[in-house]
Ligand binder design. Sequence first.
Ligand code: ATP
Length: 389
Amino acid sequence: MSVVRLEHLTKVFPGGTTAVDDFTLTVADGEFLVLVGPSGCGKSTVLRMIAGLEDASGGDILVDGEPVTDWAPKERDIAMVFQNYALYPHMTVRQNMGFALKLRHVPKAEADRQVQEIAQLLGLAELLDRKPAALSGGQRQRVAMGRAMVRQPRVFLMDEPLSNLDAKLRVSMRAELSRLHQRYRVTTVYVTHDQVEAMTLGDRIAVIDRGRLQQVGTPEELYRTPANRFVAGFMGSPSMNFATVTLRGRDPVTVTLGGVTFPLPDALARWPGLLPYLGRPVVIGLRPAAFALAGPAPATPALPVVPLGVEALGDEKHLLFGAPRADDTEATGPAGDDGPIAVDEAAASQLWTAKVAAHADVSIGRPALLSFDLGEAHFFDPRTGEAVA
Ligand code: ATP
């Protein structure tokens, strides 16, 4: 049993930076929880507080119900794997992996047996007598993992452990990590800024922005029902496209984008969450996958775009184009600094991305038509950014 609970955890650094702000989260027994967010959002600081490497300014950390907030790192029985692996350069792989057992005075024969077993599991058995300098990045990463596993900790903490590996090795180590977790089910908190890593490894993902927890849920929950615009923009690659539009009319309710009027599907137009926004600005979010290239005379309204970039990825193409103008006469009237005009101007300088079929006949500068299903659109409040629900 190893449940980690963070209660109102807060960290204010001496200079006054609030790195972690009132963070409350429970990591279930055996769960693989991933912390994601942009650089500087406080991910590492949360992890370092759990490990005891950083004091909390407020709040509590409980492991299996017991407050450990004031305990020294070594009393917590938590193992951390760092981005730079932090191996001892003068020790062999065997000594690195067995170090924690030596500190615990585990008899040498037993320690050797345990190191051998984990080394076997991680494909390190042939390398036990080498020093870190004579290992590849991937091998060092495995030694760092092995060293943590030998300790048989209650909790694993991992801070971007794959970020120093090349793309291919990263993918195979990701699969290996996943396999190890399936097998041992040690409660794990894993930090990354790579959302593919987060989506593939996490039982659940916690998204952080500026020290605050934005949403926690399964990868699918975060992708399908983001709680706010930040989460919607962060999860998914390429990112969701946003524009501030006005929902007009009643039957049908319409949205105008790039000079074209699109009717909302009936079910969406009657959706209670959206009713307060009829006739008012709302942020619409469309994932790149919601688009498809339309023929020259489409049966339904389509968005005219001029591709500024075309990225051929083998099995699909990404079409980049300027964010379509939201023809929004009410919203372009006088508005406050944080009103819809400011949002729209920012949007106009942004690029939108559409995923189209690999064989789609598109090229830079040649006008194209994109159809999309408004039924797949997400809607957010323009001022708070909260999802309309
Ligand atoms: P990255 O992905 O870039 O590693 P992160 O999300 O892990 O970022 P943290 O390292 O937790 O972010 O840092 C959160 C904030 O706290 C940042 O603004 C950072 O500058 C600040 N910070 C981190 N350590 C200290 C420190 N020792 N003293 C003062 N401020 C710090």
